[in-house]
Design a protein around this ligand. Structure first.
Ligand SMILES: [Zn+2]
Length: 423
């Protein structure tokens, strides 16, 4: 049945105008509200208390299931983020964040301004439950009632959105950060309203560094400045969290410089891969293999992809440009990653640049001698590698910014790795 037919049937059932029902249905389904739930909510809206709409059940947050239609919960507002979405050509402001009670935490999206503030205790009546990446989330819409309670719900979670960079994860909303802008560049992109200017770069604090994008450039965000940014959301790019600054974010320039750590956190490889990615991390492990595609390679001059037999996957026959690269598999007993070394790191490791490598290959009449040379140097040794870890369908890759032989006792490392596994 088409949405129009559904609207017609429902409208005649309820004895109301079809166009109105259709518009409501379109709106709800465009917000990913399941059709049955949308119909139930319209039945309630148009006053049919009959059999098909299920009554909301009062629940503890931990007890909310993705199968629940509508629920009523009493909870503390942990965070409130504002965001603009485009719906049928119009911009609509939505509110997102987390609610908590003694049993747990749940994310919510409010399609109207209920006047929620951080720290409020509220009873949310008849909130829709939808599924988001396998977890239940609450939808607060037209049919939701909201009561501000005098008695506070006590929660163990932190109230408010202040977080250090290391504590941010993709999907977080309504967060506040105190950071130094380490790198900032203006870019022109082809946005939904034509060409727009955005800012992108890197933020840092004492716990780490993360890339950011400011979709509505704030004058306070400049390279070298220290700022407090309120109401950011976190999205993910290849497993690495990225800070989204929007028109609803407020940026306050700070007088004092925010301290930025020069260290990258060191993690067991298994744990780092499990976390989904990291912008700047140190991993220590044994090189167990140097993969094909290392040593003297050729890249497409158009897209930079590695070409084989002068063929680029995207650009066909091309004249490849010489480059140096290493793809080394690093293993610490808890997991493995492929460390990718760029031209400069490879040159250092190999002890010569592209010209030396080409001469070496000519003499041997074999290009693979360069990779073999590197393989002999590093396989079986332990290295400390710092860089950006991305985890996706291509595997776990660490784009190295430094690659140094570890000076730690291998036995100490093995003991530490085993202790990590036993933990
Ligand atoms: Zn290409």
């Amino acid at each position: 049945m088409s949405l129009e037919d559904e609207a017609e049937a429902l409208a005649s059932d309820l004895g109301v105008d079809k166009q109105e029902v259709l518009e409501d249905l379109e709106k709800l389904t465009s917000y990913s509200v399941p059709l049955e739930e949308a119909k139930g909510s319209l039945r309630r809206k148009y006053g049919d208390g009959g059999s098909s709409g299920s009554e909301p059940t009062t629940k503890e947050i931990a007890g909310i299931d993705t199968d629940d239609g509508n629920v009523t919960v009493t909870a503390r507002v942990l965070t409130v983020g504002r965001r603009s979405i485009r719906y049928q050509g119009d911009d609509q402001t939505i509110y997102e964040g987390e609610l908590a009670d003694a049993s747990g935490v749940i994310s919510y999206t409010a399609w109207e301004d209920f006047g929620l503030s951080v720290g409020d205790t509220v009873t949310v009546g008849n909130a829709g439950v939808r599924e988001w990446e396998g977890h239940p989330e609450l939808n607060l819409g037209q049919s939701t009632t909201l009561v501000f309670e005098d008695e506070e719900v006590t929660v163990s979670e932190e109230i408010g959105g202040d977080r250090v960079l290391d504590a941010l994860s993709p999907g977080d909303r309504g967060r506040n950060v105190v950071v130094r802008v380490l790198d900032c560049e203006a870019k022109t992109i082809d946005g939904r309203d034509g060409e727009t200017e955005i800012l992108s770069g890197v933020l840092g604090d004492e716990t780490g560094k993360l890339p950011f994008t400011d979709w509505d450039p704030h004058a306070e965000i400049e390279e070298g400045t220290s700022v407090r940014i309120e109401n950011v959301s976190i999205r993910e790019f290849r497993g690495v969290p990225s800070v989204n600054v929007s028109e609803f974010s407020s940026v306050l320039a700070l007088q004092e410089d925010v301290t930025v750590s020069d260290e990258a956190p060191e993690l067991p490889i298994g744990e780092a891969v499990e976390s989904g990615g990291a912008y700047d991390v140190t991993l220590v492990g044994n090189v167990i293999e140097v993969r094909d595609g290392s040593g003297l390679i050729e890249r497409c001059p158009e897209c930079g992809r590695v070409v084989q037999n002068d063929q680029c996957r995207s650009h066909g026959a091309v004249e490849g440009e010489d480059d140096l690269r290493v793809k080394a598999i690093l293993d610490d007993g808890t997991g493995t990653v492929t460390a990718i070394l760029d031209h400069d790191l490879t040159e250092e490791l190999y002890g010569g640049g592209i010209e030396a490598a080409k001469e070496h290959a000519r003499d041997a009449m074999d290009k693979t001698v360069v990779a073999d040379d590197i393989r002999e140097t590093i396989v079986g040794r332990e290295y400390r590698v710092r860089g950006q870890l991305s985890v996706d369908e291509y595997g776990a890759n660490l784009d190295a910014t430094s690659f140094e032989e570890s000076d730690e006792e291998p036995s100490a490392r093995a003991t530490a790795a085993l202790a990590e596994v036993d933990r």
